[in-house]
Design a protein around this ligand. Structure first.
Ligand code: ADP
Length: 439
């Protein structure tokens, strides 16, 4: 990047110098031309006011300063010339400046020599006798002038190139350095750039955006890795017990009653794995499914009543009473997801309850509330319970058949249903989970 900026700066400098040299030569040449013509005009006028003897004498003087004077007759014949031999000169009638002098009294012209190295300037004035007096001067042409100046221009170009190379190196360093710093800072190798003085403020929002995307990516990667590790760990526990019990049976070390007991353990372990795999599949389905969900009007009051009936045996086992109140409550959502949401919330409210506890399900005005007077969740864990595999009390969760994924699934469903989830809970008092569909 530094090199590219350096080269560009030097190209710009070279173009600028050449352009300036050309333009200033051209301007200078224009002024020079005008001056030469003005001089010639003055001489021609003075000469035209003199008689022939005086003018020829004066012409002698002029030839010293390389000014040529020519007198041309009425019909274009050269009568006098202070430089050339008159006899060898052709008729001048058709020369532009002479023609103009014949017709309007005066005229001028500039002609280049064949080699283009010189320019001849002519100024002609008509004499009272009908002839014309002409002054002329030979000067270097613009090409010649530029040719002379060219070595100096090259010298200046080289000096300026060296200077601009040094300046551009310093400049690019100071331009590029903050960008490099930002790149480091995005990759987490440098300081955070907010508050850094040497960084372009215009780039900070872009860099913040890239940085947050980068962090997001890293986070997602971490979460995925952690999830895989957790899944393996969760599957390992029931598999270890299945493997252990079946090995004992295989070795013929158990009597019939123990075999039956062990088979029961194996069955429970396999069931646990099935529940776990089912939850994992549900989550990954919701993570990856990009096809739109079938949304419809769903009465969550009806779902609450069905759920109460379905969980009745479990509630009885935990000595918990489930109450349903409220009224018909239609929300626009995916039906099986609503059933799953209701099930997970009520299941938790029963499992994390005390004997003789209560669960109240209430549906009203686009809002579902599942409340219990169970063990509650401490303030610091209220956010974390929605993380995958997070449990406040691992053994209680396992013992009651929990996977640590129920609330993660709930959170996902709530997001996909464009609803809002509110947790009110205090340790030892109970928990209320509210799903608000108004949005
Ligand atoms: P689990 O399968 O362990 O129940 P969840 O994701 O459903 O997993 O819940 C995560 C954790 O949140 C549970 O382990 C439990 O500690 C806590 N929790 C969930 N619901 C309740 C509740 N109603 N009362 C108290 N704690 C709860």
């Amino acid at each position: 990047m530094n090199k590219a900026i350096n080269i560009r700066m030097m190209i710009v400098a070279t173009i600028a110098i050449l352009f300036t040299a050309l333009l200033s030569t051209f301007c200078y040449y224009r002024v020079f031309q005008e001056e030469v013509l003005e001089d010639l005009e003055v001489y021609a006028r003075i000469l035209s006011d003199m008689d022939s003897v005086e003018s020829e004498k004066y012409a002698e003087e002029l030839s010293k300063s390389e000014i040529r004077m020519t007198i041309i007759s009425e019909n274009g014949e050269v009568i006098f010339d202070n430089v050339a031999d008159v006899s060898g000169l052709e008729n001048h009638r058709s020369r532009a400046e002479i023609k103009a002098a014949y017709s309007v009294g005066e005229g001028y012209s500039v002609r280049k020599s064949e080699s283009l190295r010189y320019s001849n300037y002519y100024y002609a004035v008509r004499l009272p006798n009908g002839g014309v007096i002409r002054t002329a001067k030979k000067t270097s042409s613009i090409f010649n002038i530029f040719g002379h100046a060219f070595p100096y221009v090259i010298l200046i170009v080289m000096v300026i190139l060296i200077i601009s190379y040094i300046i551009s190196r310093l400049l690019t360093r100071s331009i590029v350095l903050p960008v490099e710093k930002m790149a480091d800072s995005i990759m987490g190798e440098g300081d955070k750039f907010t508050g850094e003085k040497k960084i372009y403020s215009e780039l900070v929002p872009v860099m913040e955006h890239i940085r947050s995307q980068h962090e997001d990516l890293l986070n997602k990667q971490n979460i995925r890795q952690e999830f895989t590790a957790n899944v393996s760990h969760e599957l390992k526990t029931p598999l270890t017990s299945i493997s252990g019990y079946s090995e004992l049976i295989e070795n013929g070390m158990t009597d019939e009653e123990t075999t039956r007991k062990f088979a029961g353990e194996i069955h429970a372990g396999a069931d646990r794995m099935l529940v776990l795999i089912n939850d994992i599949l549900r989550l990954s389905e919701m993570d990856t499914s990009d096809e739109s969900l079938t949304m419809e009007d769903v009465d969550i009051h009806k779902i609450a009543l069905d759920c109460q009936a379905m969980l009745e045996p479990m509630a009885e086992k935990h000595s918990v009473t489930v109450h349903v109140s409220g009224e018909k409550c239609v929300v626009y959502a995916n039906k099986s997801m609503m059933e799953e949401l209701m099930y997970n919330l009520c299941d938790n409210a029963i499992r994390y309850n005390n004997p003789n506890g209560n669960v109240w399900i209430e549906t009203s005005d686009q809002r579902l509330s599942v409340k219990d007077d169970g063990i509650g969740i401490s303030k610091e864990n209220q956010e974390r319970v929605f993380e995958r595999f997070f449990r406040v009390d691992k053994s209680r969760s396992r013992k009651t058949g929990g996977t640590g994924l129920g609330l993660a699934i709930v959170k996902h469903i709530v997001e996909l249903s464009n609803a809002k989830l509110i947790v009110n809970s205090s340790e030892g008092q109970g928990t209320e989970m509210i799903v608000d569909f108004k949005s």
